[in-house]
Design a protein around this ligand. Sequence first.
Ligand SMILES: Nc1ncnc2c1ncn2[C@@H]1O[C@H](COP(=O)(O)OP(=O)(O)O)[C@@H](O)[C@H]1O
Ligand SMILES: [Mg+2]
Length: 301
Amino acid sequence: MPKKVIAIVGPKGGVGKSTISANLAIAIAATGKKTIAVDLDLGGANLHVILGIRNYTYSLDDFVLKNIKTLGEALIVTEVPNLRLICGGSKIPDIANMPFQQKLKLIGHMLKLDCDVVIIDLAAGSSYNVVDFLFIAQTGLLVTTPEVTSLMKAYGFIKSAIFRLLTFHFKARHTERLMALMEMAKDTDANPNLNTIEKFLKEAEKIDMEIANSARKKIERFTPSFVINMVQSTRDVNTGAVIQNLVKHYTNIEAKVMQSLPNDEAVKRALFKTKPVMLCEPMSPFAIGIKELAYKCTRED
Ligand SMILES: Nc1ncnc2c1ncn2[C@@H]1O[C@H](COP(=O)(O)OP(=O)(O)O)[C@@H](O)[C@H]1O
Ligand SMILES: [Mg+2]
């Protein structure tokens, strides 16, 4: 059973989730921890490409299609000591459309893998199937770039995660009226009076004070960590504060900014050589940032 699961999420494509997953996995493996990287971006699986792996026998496809019995059979040994990989598939529907039971089975097998750390590279999007992986992970890293579109989508992701938390909370307590209020809050255009989590909770209190209060506590305990990637100008340096303010204003939760990573030509050069940047340019600014992130993610283990 892994001691730690790290989920790399990010609602926008092309922000660097896979690049960060692959290099973070290498950096953690280098500290001696038995690490497994899992590519759950089923439509656009490319973790193996970033890690420079050309051939493999089994992938997640084979697990889902029952060609193999256990997820462990899809493990691929990499050239990096302590690092193994499970490749994403391309024949099965993407994770957003994976049936619930199948997702549960996948999670069950993932939590039985024999290693210290599992790193999950997820597909873009804010669907519940993606968001749910945040809740099985001890560390969820939300990757964004300083671009406004990426930041807005990151905020949308947090909101989606909070609604998911509330769904579990309200369903367990069989409260139809709060579920109905939450459905209204999802449509902020039609219901601007519910457009922040605080406003929603104030309305929820009127329906059931006790459940609204316990929901508030649950939300307060949810502290997602941001990784800001492709930082280039001095203006970008403020991105962390911008995102923290945005999240605080609408949800009242304190987001953490775990790491800023520079836009670095070394990443492109590495891709060209089909070798991870952590291996071919370990002293590049991006690789150094990833090592810092690896330390922060695992220091208390
Ligand atoms: N810090 C960075 N500096 C320069 N290029 C980067 C950086 N991070 C990612 N890239 C490049 O951006 C592109 C998208 O990255 P990728 O990891 O595939 O994103 P995602 O998994 O979020 O879709 C790739 O070409 C990658 O090499
Ligand atoms: Mg990707």
